[in-house]
Design a protein around this ligand. Sequence first.
Ligand code: HEM
Length: 508
Amino acid sequence: MFSETHFVVGATFLSGLILLVIYHLRRLRLYKKASKFCGPPTLPFVGNAFQFFGNTEDIFNKCIELSRVYPSPYRFWLGPQLLIFLSGPEEVKTVLRSEKAIEKSKLYDFFQPWLGKGLFTAPEKIWRVHRKLIGPTFNLKILESFVAVFAAQSNVMVKKMEAELNGAEFPVFDYVSKCTLDIICETTMGVSMRAQIKNECSYVEAAEKTFAIVYQRMFKVWLHPSAIFNRTQLGTEQNKHINTMHNFTNNVIQRKKKSLLNKTAVSGEDNEGDSPFQRKAYLDFLMELTHDKMKLSDSELREEVETMMLAGNDTVANVISTVMLMLALHPDVQKKAYLELREIYGSSDPDERNVTHDDLERMEYLEFVIKESLRVIPIAPLIARTLSDELDIGEYTLPKGCVVVIDILTMHRNEDTWPDPLKFDPDRFLPEEVTKRHAYSYIPFSAGPRNCIGLRFAMMEMKTVLATILRRYIIKKDIFVPLADIKLKMDGLMKPVEPIMLRIEERW
Ligand code: HEM
């Protein structure tokens, strides 16, 4: 005899089964379209998600292996989500320029408790308004005004590095990241964190920890539902760090807002630093826009500022450290870059004058070196967009709702485009070489309407910091490591597994 409980359990099971069948029937069209693409064998429900178990080095190696085995475009199921990996420049161009590929993938949503709907994570509708509003604040005139900050903080860094002079190899990232943090705080908020002087900073600690938690969550599917995540220790920890950052930024915004209304200069102490706001920062420009046209609310301002703090710090610090490694491994390249600087400055004395904007324009070879470093180790090796509609990419049609993953790393190491791809050769960026290649074969800052808004900012900052180092020090590595032997991981950003250890000697 069936009891009432049996009946309830049976009915629940049956309804679940029916819902599952309906769900799968609805997705039949998607499965059919996905079957046109090659890709690894899948398991029911999890798809290919099991391939991404392991640590961040394993994830990196898995991505490399998949792109070796499967030609572009290939498919990958992350649970119910269809991912299509692309690395053909023409296909990538079609996607990145398409109005149907503006929306980011859902994985970016895990940044939202922190960055809200700032540019990096913003849904398409908000992104369109904000990008138009914010774009002009990255104009050349404003960027030029930041070069003095880049130079001043670079000088502080090289002075701090004196402690390592003629000593053993040391982790360069520790110095570089504090310098880039001081730069981004001063240019974004107009606040001096003095991370280089104090050697610690609660904001950066909170940012680093939050980034690591967000990244862990992306790969642990059981932590995806907020209802579960918020009840875990990780969730509690994340909230604590986010509050630290929000409080700091809100405080700066309120003080700036008051001064804007009173039309007085803001001066005085802030939470972390003590420099008066002497120069206009990115936040001032945003607030002026807001003040005149009432476009951004306080929380939107906070989200945009914290987005810049995230997108503009760790990225640049890692790239500068990688370029230093490449210079140490290739002394001939380093010498050429230094000689260019000697010619620009007409003197070997690094204290004679600071780097200026005009100098940056002339650092052509140093720019090639940075570009080549970003080719072999692109800091953002994969970027993902969700398609709002079907999109033809020549032979294939990408289904609506799928996530297109642009495999920048594979593009940058493609043998057909880059002969001997693991050879470090800055001359690949000579103008006559560039014209031979497809414009979308090299996209470290992404491309199209949703590309990196900080591209020019980053280039100017990296050149200033590197030129300041190179004018003063010779960078050395005790043992030569070929590029192919540098182990890499995907830790949010792509970087070497081992910390970059280098030695410095006085140049003059
Ligand atoms: C070497 C340094 C940098 C690299 C390689 C880099 C690379 C990238 C890439 C690949 C994207 C596209 C991400 C995606 O579509 O998922 C991006 C977006 C972005 N970057 Fe950068 N970036 C760098 C530095 C900066 C700096 C210095 C800033 C700000 C000061 C910045 C601000 C942003 C913002 C706000 C976005 C989102 C843009 C949007 O969605 O409209 N980046 N960056």
